[in-house]
Design a protein around this ligand. Structure first.
Ligand code: HEC
Ligand code: HEC
Length: 263
């Protein structure tokens, strides 16, 4: 049978936009809720921390799921729909920097995604920047689950990564603290960071809801200096992104050529 676009849209439920086909590039399908339209509610960061921590370990779903669950899972439990309609396991994709690629720290992906349920780009970007800058500069982990630890009990060695990337965050921690990047201690570290990121994200969201969100300066020394020539509209506008430039462009021992004279 021949099946053209008109038949297909008709079969989907006859939504033909007044008989005419939807304009090129648009479907007849309409999202039920408006973009970024879910209502945010304030949460207790202290109550969310253990939920995010346990979410990390639950079925091995990891950091992105854990942070998201510590925010939207609690909204679902307290307020029901629409929060309980979200397919939470989707956020498992963030584990290990998205499907083991070590790109963005999945905990940050989980937090930014939760924020995006409620706030569009203009309002969300400063919130994300506040969270990401804090992450770059913080010596993780901070949270300690005590006896409820699921990987390793007691203290976990800390390190400030200077980067929001899973690869840099985990690898530099492993090197600085003489740990295995695939070991139990590393998992414990990341599960505690899941709680840390959830707490910080909720503090930012609570402040936003109260109309009291006052972001710290968005620039680092490096982004300000390097950006003075490489930002949009400057003499060499060839740089994309807001990450701090230091870990990758400082010429430190870590970013020298390892293809030559390397053990
Ligand atoms: C005074 C202006 C200025 C500042 C400040 C500046 N740059 Fe540049 N940079 C340039 C120009 C001009 C080029 C050449 C651009 C081109 O090839 O189009 C360049 C090229 C580069 C290149 C590619 C070529 C190379 O030499 O490696 C990198 C990487 C780079 N800059 C990184 C940085 C970083 C990181 C910082 C901050 C530490 C920085 N730049 C600060 C002007 C500047
Ligand atoms: C996570 C590591 C990382 C961070 C953070 C980072 N860069 Fe880069 N940057 C790179 C890599 C890798 C390239 C590609 C290098 C190549 O061409 O092989 C690159 C390319 C560039 C280039 C293009 C020139 C070239 O050599 O290819 C410029 C300019 C540059 N970066 C400046 C910056 C500035 C300014 C910042 C901070 C705002 C920054 N970078 C942050 C890793 C990084």
């Amino acid at each position: 049978m021949q099946f053209n676009r008109r038949d297909f849209l008709g079969a989907l439920g006859g939504t033909m936009l007044g008989g005419a086909l939807a304009p090129a590039g648009a479907l007849a399908f309409q999202q039920e809720s408006k973009p970024f339209s879910w209502t945010p509610h304030k949460l207790d960061p202290k109550a969310s921390a253990p939920v995010a921590y346990d979410g990390y370990w639950y079925n091995g779903y990891g950091c992105g799921y854990g942070v998201f669950y510590g925010i939207v899972g609690i909204l679902a439990e307290k307020h029901g729909a629409p929060y309980n309609t979200f397919p939470f396991t989707m956020m498992e994709v963030g584990k290990s920097g998205i499907s083991d690629w070590g790109t963005i720290c999945g905990a940050l992906l989980g937090a930014a995604s939760a924020m995006a349920l409620f706030w569009g780009r203009k309002e969300r970007d400063p919130m994300v920047t506040e969270l990401f800058r804090w992450y770059e500069a913080t010596a993780f982990p901070l949270y300690n689950p005590g006896d409820k630890a699921q990987g390793v009990k007691g203290a976990v060695p800390t390190h400030a990564a200077g980067s929001v990337l899973c690869h840099v965050s985990v690898s530099s921690w492993a090197q600085a603290t003489a740990n295995d990047a695939n070991g139990k201690m590393r998992q414990e570290r990341c599960s505690r960071i899941t709680a840390d990121v959830c707490v910080k994200a909720i503090e930012i969201m609570n402040a936003k809801i109260d109309g009291k969100f006052a972001p710290a300066p968005a620039q680092t020394k490096a982004t300000e200096f390097c950006g003075s020539c490489h930002d949009k509209g400057k003499e060499s506008p060839i740089v994309k992104g807001r990450m701090d430039c230091t870990p990758c462009h400082s010429g430190s021992a870590h970013v020298q050529n390892k293809f030559k004279n390397h053990p």
